[in-house]
Design a protein around this ligand. Structure first.
Ligand code: A2P
Length: 272
C-alpha cells in the first residue's frame, strides 16, 4: 500500500500527511480537525511553528483512536543545543500537545555549532526512556546523516528535507534507501510554484486530476513521505484524494526532467 511506509525501527508511517508550517495560529485548530476528517493520519508539527497548543486543542476535539495518528515535532535549538535544552523543549512540546510525540526530529543540523551528534544522543535517550516512539532528523545532508550513523550506530527513521519536482534530491534519496531511511518531503509543491509548471499541468490533465494531486502522487510513487500544507479545507481534502489514479512510467520519467536544483527555503548549511 502506497500510503503505508515501513520504518527501520519496526513502526509504520502513513506516507501522506499535512504540514503546519506557516499555518496561522488562529487557523491551526480548524486545519488539524479538517485534515483528520479528510483522512490524514500524519500531522507534521514543530516547536518553531509555535502552534503546538492549537494542535493539542484540535486533537482533543477529534474522536479517533489515538494509535491511528502519527504526531511529529522537531527540536529547534537556536538558543542552546545542550542536553538540558533538548529535554526542556521536548517537555514543553509534550505539554503543549497534551499527548505523546510519536516522532521527534532535530529540526536543523546547524553544522557550524557541531553539536548535532550530541543532540542525536539525547533523542536516543528520550526514545530509550520510552518518551517518544521514533526519532528522526530534518534538513540533514548525506554527510550529516552519515556522521550520526558512524558515531552512534543509529540511523534516523526519516529525514525531512525540501523536495519537489524542481529539487528532486536524487542522491540523498539513494543514500536514504541504502540505509532504510524514509525521505520525507517538505514544500512538496515547491511552495506552490510547481503547480504552474506546464508539464505538470499536462500530466495532471491527462489523468483528470489537479496539478497538486499529480505532484503528490509523484512523491508517493517515488516512495517518499509527503506533507503538503494547505489552510483551505477543500484543498486539504483534495490533496489527499490521490489513491484513485496512477502515474505511468512515462509520466514519472517526464517529472524527472523537471529537476532544476531550485531551493525555495533555507538550505541545511545556511541555518546557523
Ligand atoms: P493554501 O494554504 O492557501 O492552500 P508546499 O506544501 O509545497 O509548501 O505548498 C504550499 C502552498 O501551496 C501554499 O501556498 C498552499 O496555499 C498551496 N497549495 C496547497 N495545496 C494546493 C492546491 N491543491 N492547489 C493550489 N494551491 C495549493
Amino acid at each position: 500500500m502506497i500510503d503505508d511506509l515501513q520504518l527501520l525501527d519496526g513502526f509504520r508511517l502513513p506516507a501522506l500527511g499535512f504540514g503546519l508550517y506557516k499555518v496561522p495560529l488562529e487557523q491551526t485548530e480548524e486545519v488539524v480537525v479538517a485534515g483528520v476528517a479528510a483522512g490524514y493520519r500524519l500531522v507534521d508539527g514543530a516547536e518553531f511553528y509555535a502552534n503546538e497548543s492549537q494542535v493539542g486543542r484540535a486533537l482533543h476535539r477529534i474522536d479517533i483512536d489515538r494509535s491511528l495518528l502519527t504526531i511529529t515535532s522537531k527540536f529547534w535549538g537556536e538558543e542552546s543545543q545542550d542536553r538540558d535544552a533538548v529535554l526542556a523543549s521536548f517537555d514543553a512540546t509534550e505539554k503543549a500537545l497534551g499527548t505523546a510525540v510519536d516522532i521527534y526530529m532535530i529540526h536543523w543540523p546547524r553544522p557550524n555549532r557541531n553539536q548535532y551528534v550530541d543532540v542525536w544522543r539525547t533523542l536516543i535517550e528520550l526514545r530509550d526512556a520510552g518518551r517518544v516512539r521514533s526519532i528522526g532528523v530534518s534538513n540533514f545532508t548525506k554527510e550529516h546523516v552519515g556522521r550520526l550513523i558512524d558515531e552512534t550506530g543509529e540511523a534516523p527513521v526519516l529525514n525531512q528535507v525540501e523536495l519537489h519536482p524542481y529539487l528532486q534530491q536524487r542522491e540523498l534519496r539513494e543514500f536514504h534507501a541504502q540505509h532504510g531511511i524514509i525521505t520525507q518531503a517538505w514544500s512538496p509543491l515547491g511552495r506552490g510554484n510547481v503547480l504552474e509548471d506546464p508539464l505538470v499541468q499536462e500530466i495532471a490533465a491527462a489523468h483528470d486530476v489537479t496539478p497538486a494531486q499529480a505532484i503528490i502522487r509523484w512523491h508517493l510513487q517515488l516512495g517518499n513521505s509527503v506533507i503538503p500544507k494547505s489552510v483551505n479545507p477543500e484543498r486539504l481534502a483534495s490533496n489527499r484524494d490521490v489513491f484513485g489514479f496512477e502515474l505511468t512510467d512515462e509520466d514519472m520519467a517526464r517529472f524527472e526532467t523537471l529537476e532544476q536544483g531550485k531551493h525555495y527555503g533555507t538550505t541545511p548549511d545556511e541555518r546557523q
